[in-house]
Ligand binder design. Structure first.
Ligand code: FES
Length: 124
């Protein structure tokens, strides 16, 4: 069996929603101290729905594929659903990641949760 699924390779080669979202109202940046990879998520939230999302990831292929898939999973979704997004859901949507690459999908979960925290702190 190949180390990486077709979906991982597809999202790594053709990542969806890459870039900076100029009118984002929720931004989350996280990093992994061990590998040094960094992921930044930009969300535009309106009426409690993620209207748009983009990401910038300086990291490994699995981190890029995880960010790309995560943006697809939360785009157009209500915040109640986005709050529950786990790295397992990202990994499953990618048809799996090798065990030593699971931490890359954790970055996607964390970046989105951090963006939500940013959103709520701006509302306060
Ligand atoms: Fe660190 Fe993938 S190796 S995020």
């Amino acid at each position: 069996m190949a180390l990486y699924s077709e979906k991982v390779m597809d999202h790594f080669r053709n990542p969806r929603n890459v870039g900076v979202l100029e009118d984002a109202n929720a931004i989350g940046e996280v990093g992994n101290a061990k590998c040094g990879d960094i992921m930044k998520m930009y969300l535009k939230i309106e009426d409690d729905v993620v209207q748009d999302v983009k990401f910038e990831t300086f990291g490994c292929g699995s981190a890029i594929a995880s960010s790309s898939m995560a943006t697809e999973l939360i785009k157009g979704k209500p915040l109640e659903e986005v709050k529950k997004l786990t790295n397992q859901a990202v990994t499953e949507a990618l048809d799996g990641l090798p065990a030593h690459k699971l931490h890359c999908s954790v970055l996607a979960e964390e970046a989105i949760q951090k963006a939500l925290e940013d959103y709520y702190s701006r509302q306060a």
